[in-house]
Design a protein around this ligand. Structure first.
Ligand code: CU
Length: 128
């Protein structure tokens, strides 16, 4: 009986939270482009977030950018950085510091009104 009540209560909580969270279930789409800066291995990344379904710009999201090298598991420890909102709606900027050039998996974590993680495979090369 107690278990049944607990189950009912948890069902209720789930229903309420999905009804009130306006962005529940939003799938984010991210465009990421990173440019080499004057400092070696430091890249300036521009991120554009939109709702994958409607295409609407995702504003007011807490964005964190991290990176890993799929070919070298556990070899790197790049500290994730917080992105700052850009001037256009849905745009964000972050400066990441890598440990070597090559192919990285850039991880864009969204928190706040929209929760999602987007992973992009990107190649980083020295500034030409
Ligand atoms: Cu590496």
């Amino acid at each position: 009986m107690i278990a049944a009540r607990a189950l009912l209560l948890s069902l209720f909580v789930v229903t309420v939270s999905s009804a009130s969270g306006w962005a529940a279930g939003v799938k984010a789409k991210a465009e990421v482009s990173c440019a080499a800066t004057a400092k070696p291995l430091e890249y300036d990344c521009a991120i554009k977030l939109s709702d994958a379904r409607s295409g609407a710009a995702l504003t007011g999201v807490e964005v964190t950018v991290g990176a890993d090298m799929p070919s070298m598991p556990m070899a790197h420890n790049v500290k994730p950085v917080k992105a700052t909102p850009g001037s256009e709606p849905g745009t964000y900027r972050a400066q990441i510091k890598l440990e070597m050039h090559g192919d990285w998996a850039v991880k864009v974590d969204l928190a706040g009104p929209v929760r999602d993680r987007i992973v992009k495979s990107m190649r980083f090369e020295p500034k030409p």
